[in-house]
Structures are given as structure tokens and as C-alpha cells.
Design a protein around this ligand. Structure first.
Ligand code: PAF
Length: 292
């Protein structure tokens, strides 16, 4: 496995690895890419597994992106575990890790923004002003640097996926996007680096977020379609000290809220447990197991 710390090193290593894969002919190996902020857990490694299964060349980036954190958010506290991350990538058969410092990606006078309108106006976009502009900017830069054929993202960040998808479509990035199912702890809590902030009773209470989503999915499968009633069923499951930030049933593509729920709609939730902000979602499927 190679580790590149600069954009130039990344580009040279990518070229070298691709040529080594197909030295003779014009055949272009499929390059996969998993962008991360490090502190890799099973959720990330599931994306990596899908990438290494589907692509001949696999690239992971590790970069805690400052532009997607608002002042006062947890940028400084965000867990950083570089050695363990590199070891996991190596064990998983990743070919190349991009591990830039902040000044590699952001020049002092960087002056360009990417704003994806509409999809970012609600939910996490409303709660974290500027967050999706920061995500769009760094993902656009990483896609330009790595030039993957397929980029992999987790369903846990559902709104983020739709925002990136729209940016990629609107700006004609030559990349396919793949959304991988949320990986969960045994009690259903969606895996996240921020789960490390949860201790004792807060950790136990956090699992009721997914329990609420499941109860909502069961009510939907049993025939309930009224969004207000469905959301009430989920809300009733939440244990103290879970404090709901938003809970909405939305169209899976436009993310517009729905009064009446339908199969394929997404249920988006964000909640605070103490100081920790958690997000989760499921896609509604009538009469079957709900999708994550
Ligand atoms: O989902 C994340 O970990 C981040 O938002 C991403 C896509 C790596 C951009 O910093």
C-alpha cells in the first residue's frame, strides 16, 4: 500500500499503480475511492470492502475537513487515529491512501465555493449552516485529485449522498456514486465516529433512535400512511435524554417532506444525546424488512 501526503504524490502513485495493473494495453483499471475523515470503523470498512470487490485499484482518503465544521462544532475533538487507520487500510488490501495536511487542500487565499441549493435547505443543512458547502467543496476537490471511476459513501449520511449526487450530476463529474447500507451496532445504533463521545446511559438511550425508526417502519408496513401518526410512533420510543432535532418523512430524491408516506420514502432523523449529535435514516418498504 502506498501513502501519499501531497496532491503530486497522489497523482504520481495513482498513475504508477494503474500502469502496473495494465502495462501493455489501453485497458483502464477501474479506480474506486472511499473518502473518509479517518477514525475508521466497520461502517467505513464495509465501503472499502465493496470498493476492493468491485474495483481493480482502490483509494482511500483520510482528511478531517475543516470547512464542513461550523465554529463551535467538534473539529478539534474529532477523533484522529492515523496509525490504526493506515493499518486497517493495509489489511483490507487498499492500494493507495491520500493523507493530506490542511494546507495541501486549502491554500490561504482559496476563494471558491460550491453551493448545492434546495437539497441543503432542510435537515442537517438547516441545523449546520455551511456544512454541505464544505462537504461539496472537499468532495469536488478529492474527486478531481483522485479521479475515481466509482466513489463510495454510506447511507447513514443520506442527505450528504443526495447533495454529492446532485453536485456530480450538475457539474458533470465523470464518476459513478455508490451508496452502501448503514452498518449498525448490535443494538441498532448506526456506526459513527461520534459514538465514541457517548458514555453509560447516554449510549443506551442513543439506541432508541433506531428503535423509533423501526417502530415507524412497522407501522408503515401495517398500513399506516399518515406522516404525523408515523412520526408520533417513532417519537414515543425515544428515551431520555434523547432530544430530537428533526424527524421527517421525505421523498427519497428531492428530500421534500411528505404528508402521506409511500414506499421508497426516506425517514430522516437527527437527535442530540447530551453534547453528541447523531443522525440516522431508513428507507420505507411496505410489508418487508425496512431498508437500513
Ligand atoms: O462523510 C464523511 O466522512 C465526510 O463528510 C466526507 C465525505 C469524507 C467529506 O469530508
Amino acid at each position: 500500500m502506498e501513502v501519499a501526503y501531497t496532491i503530486e504524490e497522489l497523482r504520481q502513485a495513482r498513475r504508477r499503480i494503474c500502469v502496473a495493473f495494465a502495462p501493455e494495453d489501453e485497458r483502464h483499471p477501474r479506480v474506486g475511492f472511499v473518502p473518509t475523515m479517518g477514525n475508521l470503523h466497520e461502517g467505513h470498512m464495509c465501503l472499502v470492502k465493496r470498493m476492493t470487490d468491485e474495483c481493480e485499484v482502490s483509494v482511500v482518503s483520510i482528511f478531517v475537513n475543516p470547512t464542513q465544521f461550523a465554529p463551535g462544532e467538534d473539529f478539534d475533538e474529532y477523533p484522529r487515529t492515523p496509525d490504526a487507520d493506515l493499518m486497517q487500510c493495509e489489511d483490507a488490501g487498499v492500494d493507495l491512501v491520500f493523507f493530506p495536511e490542511e494546507d495541501q487542500l486549502y491554500l490561504e487565499d482559496h476563494s471558491t465555493e460550491i453551493v448545492v441549493h434546495r437539497l441543503t435547505e432542510r435537515y442537517c443543512g438547516a441545523a449546520r449552516p455551511g456544512h454541505f458547502a464544505g462537504v461539496a467543496l472537499v468532495v469536488a476537490k478529492l474527486l478531481n485529485i483522485v479521479q475515481p471511476d466509482i466513489a463510495y459513501f454510506g447511507q447513514k449520511d443520506y442527505q450528504q449522498f443526495r447533495v454529492i449526487e446532485r453536485m456530480v450530476r450538475d457539474l458533470d463529474f465523470p464518476v459513478a456514486l455508490s451508496m452502501c447500507a448503514t452498518v449498525r451496532e448490535s443494538d441498532g445504533l448506526a456506526m459513527s465516529s461520534r459514538n465514541a463521545y457517548l458514555k453509560g446511559d447516554d449510549r443506551k438511550a442513543a439506541a432508541t433512535i433506531y428503535q423509533g425508526l423501526q417502530v415507524l417502519a412497522e407501522a408503515f408496513a401495517a398500513g399506516e400512511r399518515d406522516s404525523a401518526a408515523l412520526k408520533e410512533a417513532a417519537r414515543a420510543e425515544l428515551a431520555e435524554p434523547v432530544r430530537l432535532e428533526y424527524l421527517e418523512i421525505a421523498d427519497a430524491w428531492s428530500l421534500e417532506p411528505k404528508q402521506s408516506a409511500a414506499r421508497g420514502d426516506v425517514v430522516l432523523v437527527a437527535a442530540h444525546v447530551g453534547e453528541t449529535r447523531l443522525i440516522d435514516n431508513i428507507v420505507l418498504a411496505a410489508g418487508e424488512e425496512n431498508a437500513n
